[in-house]
Design a binder for this molecule. Structure first.
Ligand SMILES: C[S@@+](CC[C@H](N)C(=O)[O-])C[C@H]1O[C@@H](n2cnc3c(N)ncnc32)[C@H](O)[C@@H]1O
Length: 407
């Protein structure tokens, strides 16, 4: 008897754990396959292991897992050892359909649950392969994109609780990489910054974690991207001149101790920030800010009217600031960074590779350089040590096949 999904959906209230960002996202197949190669064959072969995707969505990951596990195991074994879960019954319905077709049975370990509160039966442990939702929300918003910016971290922590040995996870480059750098509990064995191919528009990376104490501290050594040019320009850690506020600011009329007068709103043509820049006071002990000194500021939405060169402290919502204070108290340097953001073709090329939203945000991921060498902003910083060939390769937007990781 077939299930009437429409009738079922009317009966069951689907939680609004959905945003534009998570709705119909499919993890790129080539990235899944590349990431599988970071787990040793002995693990894939091991018949005592269970494999799981706990935010399975439309099922790109279990499909690839089935193919991979078939190299070593029977379908009967896979039916028992592959577990998938999602909170959204609608997506799970289509995932169930294809898994049933693929494995020829309806007796599958497919669970509709909230992973963040779910516990596996009898303390089971899994090798986890998961594209964690990055920005889920339970409340609907006007543009549908706001939500919990730390969702991926909650999924990661929850995944660790039931982790057997290997954990492959896709996450946003910024926060995810920072967490991988600072945590000391698990060894990071591979990071793909996903710059070698234009296979996804997301500012994503994928990491493989091993459930043993961390010994590798320099994560640059485990980056699997093959393109050396990217490594010359982009960095794993944040650029030291960068400060960002990736959300709203809490207080902007604070009168108590540590009160600091700052720019609290940037000029912009979009949304709530419409209008000229505004000043307010914040508690500089508790609120993140870019302190006094020469700096370039822009919104992370890359709204050009928000671009600003200032000496004033700033704590504005969704801002990115690039301080040039390290290179002297000279506002000209900050103006040159603004020209760099507006005019530099290499910054635009890197932005495409990294899939960062715009040139301002890309400043976070680039290697530090002395801004005083810039004239009109089109120059290539000498600190990046790029040959003319390397520069033209990036500018021509072609990939040198010798440095493409896909096999
Ligand atoms: C990025 S998609 C996964 C895409 C999938 N890997 C694919 O390629 O088709 C994220 C999924 O996480 C699910 N999700 C969001 N919050 C969840 C939660 N609390 N528990 C379980 N699943 C959740 C969403 O319903 C969505 O299907």
């Amino acid at each position: 008897m077939s299930t009437n999904i429409q009738a079922l959906l009317k009966l069951i209230k689907i939680p609004k754990y959905r945003t534009k960002a998570t709705k119909d996202e499919r993890t790129p197949r080539s990235s899944i396959i590349n990431s599988f190669a970071t787990i040793p064959e002995s693990e894939w072969k091991n018949s005592n292991k269970y494999w799981a995707d706990f935010a399975v969505g439309r099922g790109s990951i279990p499909l690839a897992l089935i193919n991979k596990l078939r190299e070593y195991h029977s379908d009967e074994w896979i039916i028992d050892h592959l577990w998938v879960l999602d909170i959204d019954l609608e997506v799970l319905y289509s995932t169930r359909k294809f898994m049933e077709r693929e494995l020829g049975t309806s007796k599958l370990n497919i669970i509709c649950a909230d992973f963040l509160t779910w516990s596996p039966p009898k303390g089971m442990k899994f090798n986890v392969v998961m594209n964690g939702p990055w920005n889920i929300t339970t409340t609907s918003t006007s543009n549908g994109t706001s939500g919990d910016v730390n969702a991926w971290k909650k999924f990661y922590d929850q995944g660790l609780k039931m982790l057997d040995m290997y954990f492959i996870m896709w996450g946003p480059k910024g926060g995810f990489l920072k967490m991988l750098r600072t945590q000391s509990n698990n060894e990071v064995i591979a990071i793909d910054l996903m710059t070698d191919e234009y296979y996804w528009d997301k500012n994503a990376c994928v990491a493989t974690i091993k459930n043993v104490k961390k010994i590798t501290t320099d994560l640059n050594t485990v980056v699997t991207d093959k393109c050396p040019i990217i490594k010359c320009i982009s960095i794993m850690e944040d650029n030291p001149n960068w400060t960002e506020i990736n959300g709203n600011i809490s207080v902007n009329n604070y009168k108590g101790p540590n009160s600091t007068r700052v720019i609290t709103k940037l000029n912009s043509v979009k949304g709530k920030n419409k209008g000229p820049i505004e000043y307010g006071t914040i508690n500089s002990k508790t609120q993140k800010l870019a302190p006094k000194g020469p700096k370039f500021v822009g919104t992370l939405q890359e709204s050009v009217p928000s671009y600003l060169v200032t000496n004033d402290p700033v704590a504005a919502p969704f801002m990115g600031t690039y301080s040039t204070a390290k290179y002297g108290d000279d506002i000209e340097n900050a103006r040159k960074i603004q020209l760099f953001v507006k005019n530099n073709p290499l910054l635009k090329a890197i932005q495409k590779r990294l899939k960062t939203k715009g040139p301002t945000w890309t400043l976070r991921h680039i290697r530090d350089f002395d801004p005083s060498q810039l004239k009109d902003g089109t120059e290539i910083p000498k600190e990046w040590n790029l040959s003319p060939d390397e520069v033209s390769m990036l500018l021509n937007n072609t990939l040198d096949h010798s440095c493409v990781s896909i096999v």
